[in-house]
Design a protein around this ligand. Structure first.
Ligand SMILES: *[C@@H]1O[C@H](CO)[C@@H](O)[C@H](O)[C@H]1NC(C)=O
Ligand SMILES: *[C@@H]1O[C@H](CO)[C@@H](O)[C@H](O)[C@H]1NC(C)=O
Ligand SMILES: *[C@@H]1O[C@H](CO)[C@@H](O)[C@H](O)[C@H]1NC(C)=O
Length: 537
């Protein structure tokens, strides 16, 4: 996600007044701590000593928003083995970036559980650990960004109780957001945090209506809901814990399922009569990608596909055709994983079968309607379809994307249709948003425009590649474009120094995950010839 840069400046969070992580009092002012957006816009010592001499970008210890000894251990283990000093500096800054800078509020549950209303407790809001994770330079939490920001720490949650509680809190907080406004993508600080909400500066007309003190922005993106499930399924897979299965989480799940049902409805019923979709969005804007056509409805979608509509993409840009394939694939995987957890726990057999059947049907719909014939590349996955035969062939850097399908768990990277799709979307001829220039190249998207490719796409390219050369080149190009020691949102393909967003936590998490994956699977690339694999556990 991003916002126009003028807005970012207006809304830049005062880092000095941030909530205190690891404590329950939300309001300890740290006036000496600089705003991280401006801190990250210039370099700091100690520099790497490598050819790019990348700067150190971690805030002073007392300014960090959360501390984990397990994370510090991984930083030491990995950077001490890495051969390339610039790449090591980037990992040192990037891996802890979400903990260092974006945990605006965290409570481990000890204050909220003191309530005497015991009988209401199970159904009351904000019970148990809570965690509010901002995206970086905007004082709001995106469901998608926060799941991805935390995903690199899931591997350590079993061993570090602080991280366990942090992620459990994030699941609980996301559940409250989904219950309150399941169509929305970005949220304000929870009321118990005492942190003031901000205004996104837009004039939007949205149905269903939402409460602006809870919601920062209400773009309906199917992947936001898939990411709500992913945060919990990933936690379960890494810790074996089902502590997140509270009444609130089940209520959030049921709320999510009602959205899936409503968004599976076609534009015209079986008598070809128009039926208004439950969700509409209109913004006063000059940007076509920031609002929906047909007075907030979006382009017509046909009956009988089994696909679920998404009004916006993970870039927060509007879809052109609402049956957007990558989040449908992701939702299918996440429903399946949720079903297995419920089966393992027991006592929820009907719900588990319901989720399983939704997952199977959705996977089938993605294959039946998402795979199309291309005259040059053969069978490929379309980015978006409408059920009438129209398709959009492209990919956008933001995950879920077509390039990321193996990482989402939808298919194996050796899948032939995926390989055809990959060849298509990694070429300027096959993907209008594959952008190349004198200094940089990669997949971009409409969000920043036609001269900016996104480092995140190169990281996903590295993580879905079997070629050591492709992995190395992709990682090194990201390194070369991260001259301030952090991974940016997008880079001008003709000027590697021209970037958007100094403080974009999600991209830094993806970089760290890429390095950890390479450390485990291809250690030679970063640790040198003959090095042992390094596996986080
Ligand atoms: C929660 O916080 C309280 C008070 O700071 C502390 O005593 C307790 O050990 C914490 N529990 C966990 C699980 O971190
Ligand atoms: C669901 O998960 C199981 C493993 O638990 C896997 O075998 C199956 O292929 C998955 N199905 C879908 C549709 O993802
Ligand atoms: C990165 O920059 C170095 C010069 O500092 C250059 O030699 C190398 O080719 C670049 N790597 C990539 C992948 O662009």
């Amino acid at each position: 996600m991003t916002r126009p840069s003028t807005l970012v400046l207006a809304l830049a969070a005062s880092f000095g007044a941030s909530g205190v992580a690891g404590r329950d009092e939300p309001h300890v002012l740290r006036r000496a701590c600089p705003d991280y957006t401006s801190y990250a816009s210039t370099g700091h010592a100690p520099y790497s000593g490598g050819p790019l001499n990348l700067p150190f970008q971690r805030p002073a210890v007392e300014c960090r928003t959360f501390a984990s000894s397990a994370v510090e251990q991984v930083i030491d283990d990995v950077t001490s083995r890495m051969v390339d000093k610039d790449l090591a500096q980037l990992f040192r800054n990037a891996f802890p970036n979400t903990l260092d800078t974006t945990i605006r509020w965290h409570t481990n549950g000890s204050t909220t559980s003191t309530t005497s209303r015991k009988n209401k407790r199970d159904n009351a809001q904000w019970q148990g650990p809570q965690t509010f994770v901002v995206t970086g330079d905007i004082n709001a939490e995106w469901l998608r960004d926060s799941t991805n920001q935390l995903s690199g720490y899931q591997l350590l949650a079993k061993k570090d109780p602080a991280l366990y509680n942090l992620i459990l809190g994030a699941i609980n907080t996301q559940a409250e957001f989904v219950i309150q406004s399941p169509y929305c993508n970005a949220f304000q600080p929870p009321s118990p945090s005492g942190i003031q909400p901000t205004n996104n500066g837009q004039q939007d007309t949205v149905h269903p209506a939402y409460e602006p003190s809870v919601v920062f922005e209400c773009k309906y993106e199917l992947d936001s809901l898939a990411n709500f499930l992913a945060l919990a399924t990933d936690f379960y897979e890494n810790t074996g814990s089902t502590e997140f299965l509270t009444n609130r989480w089940y209520l959030a799940l049921n709320t999510l399922l009602s959205v899936l049902d409503a968004q599976s409805a076609p534009t015209f019923n079986s008598k070809q009569q128009y039926v208004q979709n439950q969700y509409t969005f209109q913004r006063q804007t000059t940007l076509g990608t920031e609002t929906l056509s047909l007075a907030g409805i979006g382009n017509p979608l046909n009956r009988g596909t089994g696909l679920i509509r998404s009004a916006f993409r993970p870039s927060d840009d509007a879809t052109i055709l609402g049956f957007f394939i990558p989040p449908n694939a992701m939702m299918s995987v996440q429903l399946n994983k949720t079903a297995s957890i419920l089966r393992a726990v027991g006592g929820q057999d009907d719900l588990a079968s319901n989720l399983q059947s939704r997952s199977d049907k959705l996977a089938q719909a993605v294959r039946e309607h998402g795979i199309v014939q291309h005259p040059k590349y053969g069978d490929v996955y379309a980015f978006e379809v409408d059920g009438y035969g129209s398709r959009i062939l492209m990919d956008d850097a933001n995950v879920p994307s077509l390039l990321s399908l193996p990482l989402l768990g939808f298919l194996d990277k050796s899948d032939q249709t995926y390989q055809n799709t990959r060849t298509m979307i990694l070429s300027a001829e096959g993907n209008p948003y594959y952008l190349t220039g004198s200094d940089f190249h990669g997949i971009g998207g409409p969000h920043i425009g036609l001269q900016n490719a996104w480092p995140m796409s190169l990281l996903v390219q590295a993580m879905t590649s079997s070629s050591q050369a492709e992995i190395t080149t992709s990682i090194n190009l990201v390194r070369n474009s991260s001259l301030l020691g952090l991974v940016h949102e997008s880079i001008n393909v003709n000027n590697i120094k021209d970037y958007t967003r100094p403080w974009f936590a999600w991209a830094n998490s993806v970089f760290a995950q890429t390095i950890l994956k390479v450390a485990a699977e291809n250690p030679d690339i970063i640790f040198g010839e003959g090095a042992e694999p390094y596996v986080v556990s």
